[in-house]
Every structure is written in structure tokens, then in C-alpha cells.
Design a protein around this ligand. Structure first.
Ligand SMILES: *[C@@H]1O[C@H](CO)[C@@H](O)[C@H](O)[C@H]1NC(C)=O
Ligand SMILES: *[C@@H]1O[C@H](CO)[C@@H](O)[C@H](O)[C@H]1NC(C)=O
Ligand SMILES: *[C@@H]1O[C@H](CO)[C@@H](O)[C@H](O)[C@H]1NC(C)=O
Ligand SMILES: *[C@@H]1O[C@H](CO)[C@@H](O)[C@H](O)[C@H]1NC(C)=O
Ligand SMILES: *[C@@H]1O[C@H](CO)[C@@H](O)[C@H](O)[C@H]1NC(C)=O
Length: 385
């Protein structure tokens, strides 16, 4: 009897062990519902608006060796159909980014000539992935890419390299300034073939206007599309485009936190450009965490260099920003814009500014008083949920 009991205990123990083992295996599998054994891909969409620091944030992702990055692929949609409104083009833009996320580059057949090289893509050379192996064999995959040298040696590669390269990455990151409504993205958020995360980048509208005024001509066609002018180019002198941009920030933010649909949970993160400028490493670490990316030693060193003025020779605004004068740069609008203009922008963007922690300036004295900071500290605005 005693011997039988011992055997029973052994058998029971074995069954318990086996059950736990099977449960472990099973739970591992349920974490990956859409693939067999490969880790799940991440599709990150950086949504921003013109002149809000999104090229800089795009670079932060582009240089990561696990990321296939494209800047503004929907530029091609807007150029091809410039007589339409942003609202009408939303759907074509959504279809395009869905295909690109899935590395199906045939979607560009609609917008590019049949015979084309990598260089046919808008701003292709800011994509580290298109400048390194396997898209371009001159540079190793984990090299920090240099836009200038990339342009000279990688542009003539056949367009098929875009797709080939994309397929080798765990992360596809796209940056777009052409979404004004987060609901347009719902079908992608619920699409089982995608694992979409949205990084919403905003910036003080007053700083945005200052920057937009420096590149006014370049924005007139896009302004026309935002304002639905049937192809007529316009200057945004009355801040109608700014009104639309600010309205869209409110819509996205409120939808994502107040009326969060279940499929948006843990898939939305809001970042203020000013916070990135103030403490780049902290903010970048959090953005990487959100995207399931690891900060490598090399990237850390590169980020330190570009935020401390040891720039890569690129002429982009963002790269000229050093942390020493970061506060100075994000305050520059205060000495450039007239008080009257500041009031106009504030009146158009009031709701967004209240929501995002950008305080209104009430008097010209406040505008001049550089001891005052009109960006509320980040801790009062913790944007993760
Ligand atoms: C693409 O690159 C090849 C060289 O590899 C060149 O002969 C051809 O003209 C290029 N095509 C276009 C459309 O730029
Ligand atoms: C838009 O402009 C084109 C010419 O550029 C014109 O043929 C068309 O009728 C215009 N559409 C509207 C709705 O005004
Ligand atoms: C950063 O700068 C230092 C000194 O100029 C240089 O040695 C290092 O290679 C740079 N790091 C990267 C990743 O570019
Ligand atoms: C980038 O490439 C250009 C041209 O080849 C060169 O002048 C510049 O020094 C490079 N920058 C870096 C950081 O390597
Ligand atoms: C930025 O710094 C420069 C000199 O360091 C100064 O002349 C300028 O007034 C500063 N601008 C702002 C907006 O603080």
C-alpha cells in the first residue's frame, strides 16, 4: 500500500508538472496570435503636423537598426490628387500606409512611374533603412546613416530594394502630417494583420507658426488641400490651416483619452516636442519603450551628440538644436512674433493649447518677460494611458 501511495504521489506530481508545462507553452503561444514563432511586428505611425519637430523624431526612429522608416509616404497621394480635400484623401492615404506597413510597395504603382529607382520615393535618403544593407550595400545595417553620402551612392538602386529591405525589419515606422481625424485609422487599429501604435507629436502652436512663416512658400499647396480650394495654392494668413491643425489635435487627444475605444488602449502616446527638447534621453527612452525598441549604446551616443551640437552635418533645424540653447530655441517665437499675431493664434488654437499645457499670454509685458515659461511642466501632463 505504502509503495502504491508513493507511486500515486509521483504520478500526480508528474501530471501537475505536465499541466503547468503545457499551460506555459500555451500562454506563450497566445501572446503571439498572428504569427507562429516570429516575434510580432510593430507598426508605428507618427502623426504630427508641419513644422512640429517630426523630422527630428522620425530620425530618432529611422536610425534604429530594427526600424524600416519612411517619411511622409502620403506626400505622393497629395501631389497626385492636389485638387481634392484632406478629408477626401484620408482614405487613399490610409490605404497607402496600410500597404506600406505590410511592406507591399506595389501601392506606389498608382503614384510613381513604372520604371523607377529607390530615389523616386519622397525624402528616401532620410530613411536609414534605404541607405544601408540590404537596400544599399555600401553601408552596414547598424551604421548611423548620413543623408548626404547616402544620396550619392544609394539612389540608383532598383525600387524592388524598398520591399526587400522592408521585409527584413521587425518594426515599420511611418511619419505623416496628413491625418486630421483619428477615426480614419480605426480600421487599421482593428486589422489583425497589423499591430498599429500611434505616436501623436504636438508642438506649441505659436512656435509652429513662427516656423511655418519661415517656409511659407513650401506649404501653400498643402494649405490648399487642407482648406479644400480645388488646387489653388494659399498662404495661411488668417490661420485657417492652424485652426484645422489645432482642431485635429483636440479631436485625436480627446478621442484617445476620454472616449478611448478598447482597441486604442495602450496604442496611443502623446508627445510634446518641447519635452523632447528639454530632456531628449528621457523622452526618447519612453518613445522607444512604447514601440518595443531597445536603446543601443551606439544610438545613445548618437543622440547625445546630436543634442549637444555635435551634429551630423545635416542642415535640418532639429539637428541644430543643442540642449544648451534648447529652451532658447523653443522660446524664439516670443521675440519674432508680434503680440497681435500671438493673440490671433491663441484665439484660433485656444482649446488645443489648454488641453496640451501651453499657457496663453495675456499681455505684451508677459511676452517680453523671459523669466516666465508658458509651457507647463510635463509632470502635470502625463500623456501615457
Ligand atoms: C535607375 O538607375 C539606373 C542605374 O542603375 C539608371 O540607368 C536609370 O536611369 C535610373 N532610372 C531612373 C528612372 O532614374
Ligand atoms: C476645379 O478646378 C478645375 C480646373 O483646375 C475645374 O475644371 C473644376 O471645375 C474645378 N472644380 C470645382 C468644384 O470648382
Ligand atoms: C559622438 O561623438 C564622439 C566625439 O565626437 C565620437 O567619437 C562618436 O563616434 C560619436 N558617436 C556616434 C554614434 O556618432
Ligand atoms: C556626411 O557626409 C558628408 C559628405 O560625404 C561629409 O562631409 C560629412 O562630414 C558626413 N558627416 C558625418 C557626421 O559623417
Ligand atoms: C537666445 O540666446 C541668445 C544669445 O545666447 C540671445 O541673444 C537671445 O535673446 C536668446 N533668445 C531667446 C528667445 O531667449
Amino acid at each position: 500500500m505504502a509503495r502504491l501511495r508513493v507511486i500515486n504521489v509521483v504520478v500526480a506530481g508528474f501530471f501537475v508538472f505536465q499541466t503547468i508545462f503545457l499551460l506555459l507553452i500555451y500562454s506563450k503561444h497566445t501572446v503571439l496570435p498572428y504569427t507562429d514563432t516570429k516575434p510580432e511586428k510593430v507598426h508605428l505611425l507618427i502623426i504630427s503636423s508641419w513644422r512640429s519637430g517630426s523630422s527630428f523624431i522620425g530620425q530618432i526612429f529611422s536610425q534604429h537598426p530594427d526600424v524600416f522608416y519612411l517619411m511622409e509616404p502620403a506626400w505622393h497621394v497629395w501631389v497626385a490628387m492636389f485638387q481634392n480635400s484632406a478629408k477626401v484623401l484620408h482614405m487613399a492615404v490610409r490605404d497607402l500606409i496600410r500597404s506600406v506597413f505590410l511592406c507591399d510597395m506595389s501601392v506606389f504603382d498608382a503614384y510613381l512611374p513604372e520604371r523607377r529607382n529607390v530615389s523616386a520615393l519622397f525624402q528616401w535618403a532620410v530613411s536609414r533603412a534605404l541607405c544601408t544593407y540590404p537596400a544599399c550595400s555600401y553601408f552596414a545595417r547598424d551604421d548611423i546613416a548620413n543623408e548626404t553620402s547616402c544620396k550619392t551612392v544609394c539612389g540608383k538602386n532598383p525600387f524592388s530594394k524598398v520591399e526587400e529591405s522592408c521585409n527584413t525589419y521587425s518594426h515599420v515606422v511611418l511619419k505623416e502630417v496628413r491625418f486630421f481625424d483619428i477615426k480614419v485609422l480605426y480600421p487599421l487599429l482593428t486589422d489583425p494583420s497589423l499591430n498599429l501604435k500611434i505616436l501623436h507629436l504636438v508642438r506649441d502652436p505659436r512656435a509652429v507658426v513662427k516656423s511655418r512663416e519661415q517656409s511659407m512658400k513650401a506649404l501653400t499647396r498643402d494649405n490648399g488641400i487642407v482648406l479644400n480650394t480645388n488646387g489653388t495654392k494659399v498662404d495661411d494668413v488668417r490661420f485657417d490651416v492652424m485652426r484645422e491643425i489645432c482642431r485635429s489635435h483636440v479631436q485625436m487627444y480627446e478621442t484617445a483619452i476620454d472616449k478611448t475605444p478598447s482597441f486604442l488602449k495602450d496604442r496611443y502616446m502623446l508627445v510634446r516636442y518641447e519635452d523632447v527638447v528639454k530632456d531628449p534621453l528621457r523622452e526618447i527612452t519612453q518613445m522607444y519603450e512604447f514601440a518595443n525598441l531597445k536603446l543601443t549604446t551606439k544610438l545613445k551616443s548618437w543622440i547625445y551628440n546630436i543634442t549637444h551640437g555635435k551634429s551630423s552635418g545635416s542642415k535640418r533645424d532639429a539637428f541644430k538644436t543643442t540642449s544648451r540653447d534648447a529652451a532658447n530655441v523653443s522660446q524664439a517665437w516670443r521675440s519674432v512674433l508680434s503680440f497681435k499675431k500671438i493673440q490671433e493664434i491663441q484665439s484660433v488654437c485656444k482649446a488645443a493649447m489648454n488641453l496640451l499645457g501651453y499657457q496663453l499670454i495675456d499681455t505684451e509685458e508677459e511676452q517680453k518677460d523671459m523669466t516666465m515659461d508658458f509651457v507647463l511642466p510635463r509632470k502635470q501632463y502625463d500623456f501615457r494611458w
